[in-house]
Design a protein. Structure first.
Lengths: 464, 195
């Protein structure tokens, strides 16, 4: 009997325990309730903008700001009052309404200083950062120049993002001082343009995991690392300078007329094909690592081009390692290095206008070091260059095969050049040059293997 | 008799209740703790001005670009033949600033077609005046600059006076100078104007 009772008791207990494990609301409960009120926090950031001053340039012979015509200016006009709104010198205005700053009739040489303020209206501590970007009208944005907290940002800024910054509840952000300027060098292409720029103050809860950069992150309109980007940016009339940030495989073809454009290759390899007119175009800093044919192609183009601080390779036979200009292009090559192997040459085809080659080096060319396979309509100048191991002639201006001479319509100048361990075409002393000129020839200051050397008609420089 | 250990049971339930609440709270914070983008966005709208200047007929106000300025005869010179010392003036014209900003302007005589401007300047003087009856009043064209407010036409009527220099020799006899243009050059008013 006792045993039986015990069994029952045990069974009973087990059952109860099971029930408790399965459900909290079965037998043997006792409730004791406590109220918990949990309110979720709220992140709220408010921001505003104030104009501090507007400025405009005025002519100043002692000024440090220079326009494209060489006139100098200083920011001597200022409007810091703002009682009746802010006005630039040419009548443009700057006003703030509902957190929108509107500037009208801005002209080159106008600048505004503004202050972005904000407050953590949250219930909690936050991290905040501010961003500047373009909501619409990128063309004018490309012409504007910014400073942020007195630090100048490079030209062509597209976006600016600050690091994350701590901010306690109820506190104000450290004011952000931004200047926006349309520089005096901004050309007519920026007339009658509009841009919408945003300044965004972002906030996030203070314990969030965020990027830990200590410097601002800035992107630019004018940087290219792909064929498509490079072609678009080089053709863009709103970008006087384009920066190639990585070597680009494949040819970049620019089917546009260009004016006043500088392309910085920054030591990267890039193949450029131009089909339009080129008025004051500068190409700087190409480093040819592939050695696969023409690096800069001036097909069917005219105008004037300068190539500087670049290195070219040729690894094949009969390779035109650099240029293929159209008629009447003036070309200047300065501080470049050409290195070849096999029957290679730095070459131009068809014809050209004026050619100036200076401060450059030609290494181990297996054919004519410099070859122009057609008529030159201007002067041909080679100055302060080094020819090292060029064993099949120095300069040929000609049409046709070996020994044929073309015509330099202008003057031929060969001065201050150093020739080392080189030889004439077909190893002939009469064929160091294959040049026929119409104007005058100036040959002086040259050395051959360390000795003074003044080549002339006997070496292939012939008056027409 | 099993005795219910009420304290332990109560604790488990209370603990469960609290745990549930905490779970809900953690889930909610992930959605809440960023700012509303609209609260912190500031817009900057910038519009640039433009420079547009025109040469217009002093009577009709129509543009003279692409047209030829008439050289006008006078009672003293009913026919227009230049000879050393002869002076004529053009029809009157005004300048109109059609742009949004004030401008400075200057004028120059330039080649409109392919003619030898050196030869022209050797034979002729050109100056600008506001009095067509008095050729002695005026400024050499290269020294002349003006100013116009935005969207403003000059009230002043200008005339170009052209005089064949007394020193022009026989080599200029029979020569015909057509295709000479007049260019007005305008810059924003605070810029320095190029010559």
């Amino acid at each position: 009997m006792k045993k039986k009772i015990l069994l029952s008791s045990i069974l009973t207990i087990v059952l109860c325990l099971s029930l408790i494990a399965g459900s909290t609301f079965a037998l043997f409960t006792s409730t004791s309730q406590v109220s918990i009120a949990a309110t979720a926090g709220n992140v709220k950031m408010t921001a505003g903008i104030e104009i501090t001053k507007v400025e405009s340039v005025e002519g100043d012979e002692n000024g440090t700001i220079e326009d494209e015509n060489g006139f100098t200016y200083s920011y001597s006009y200022k409007d810091e009052d703002g009682t009746d709104g802010y006005t630039f010198i040419n009548g443009g205005t700057a006003t703030v309404t509902d957190s929108v700053l509107t500037m009208t009739e801005v002209t080159p040489g106008d600048k505004i200083t503004l202050q972005v303020t904000g407050k953590n209206d949250s219930d909690i501590a936050i991290l905040y950062r501010y961003k500047i970007d373009c909501a619409a009208g990128e063309d004018l944005m490309k012409g504007l120049v910014f400073t942020v907290n007195s630090v100048a940002v490079d030209k062509y800024m597209a976006t600016y993002t600050s690091p994350w910054i701590d901010l306690a509840k109820g506190n104000d952000i450290a004011p952000v001082v931004i200047t926006v300027e349309l520089p005096v060098t901004a050309g007519n292409v920026f007339q009658n343009q509009t841009t919408e720029i945003r300044v965004i103050v972002e906030a996030i809860q203070a314990n969030a995991v965020v990027e830990d950069n200590v410097d601002p992150v800035i992107t630019y309109f004018n940087t290219a690392a792909t064929v498509a980007d490079a072609a678009d940016l080089i053709a863009d009339p709103f970008l006087p300078e384009v920066s190639i940030t990585e070597s680009i495989a494949g040819a970049v073809t620019i089917d546009a007329d260009l004016a006043d454009k500088t392309i910085y290759a920054n030591g990267n390899d890039v193949n450029l094909i131009f089909t339009g007119n080129l008025d004051n175009v500068v190409i700087d800093g190409i480093v040819d690592t592939l050695g696969q044919g023409r690096k800069i192609n001036l097909n069917a183009a005219s105008g004037n081009v300068t190539i500087t601080n670049s290195t070219f390779l040729s690894t094949g036979s009969n390779s035109n390692i650099a240029f293929y200009p159209g008629a009447n292009i003036d070309i200047t090559i300065d501080s470049c290095t050409f290195t070849g192997s096999g029957k290679s040459y730095a070459a131009w085809s068809t014809s050209a206008g004026e050619i100036i080659i200076k401060n450059s080096t030609f290494n181990t060319m297996g054919s004519w070091a410099i070859l122009i396979n057609g008529t030159q309509y201007g002067d041909f100048v080679i100055d302060n260059c080094t020819f090292n191991g060029c064993t099949d002639g120095i300069v040929k201006s000609g049409i046709g095969g070996a020994g044929a001479s073309g015509l330099v319509e202008g003057n031929f100048v060969f001065t201050n050049n150093t020739i080392v361990q080189s030889a004439g075409h077909d190893n002939s002393d009469a064929k160091w040059f294959g040049v026929s000129y119409n104007g005058t020839a100036t040959v002086s200051g040259n050395t051959l293997d360390g000795a003074a050397w003044e080549p002339g008609e006997a070496q292939g420089i012939v008056k027409k | 008799m099993f005795r219910y250990k009420s304290n332990k049971q109560a604790f488990i339930i209370a603990a469960l209740v609290i745990l549930l609440c905490l779970v809900c709270l953690a889930g909610a914070t992930l959605a809440l703790f960023t700012s509303d983008l609209n609260d912190g966005t500031i817009g900057i709208v910038t519009t640039t001005g433009d420079v547009k200047i025109d040469i217009v007929d002093d009577v009709t106000g129509e543009t003279l670009v692409g047209k030829t300025l008439e050289i006008q005869s006078s009672a003293e010179r009913p026919e227009i033949w230049f000879e050393p010392g002869a002076t004529y003036h053009t029809q009157g014209f005004k300048l109109e600033n059609k742009g949004d900003i004030p401008v400075k302007f200057s004028l120059s005589v330039s080649e409109d077609e392919e003619i030898d401007m050196t030869e022209f300047h050797e034979a002729f003087e050109v100056w600008i005046s506001v009095d067509r009856n008095d050729p002695t009043v005026g400024d050499p064209l290269k020294n002349f600059t003006g100013y116009l407010d935005a969207k403003t036409s000059s009230e002043t009527v200008y005339y170009l006076f052209i005089k064949m220099k007394e020193s022009a020799g026989n080599e200029f006899q029979g020569k015909n100078y057509t295709g000479i243009g007049v260019t007005v050059y305008a810059v924003q008013a605070n810029a320095q104007i190029k010559e």
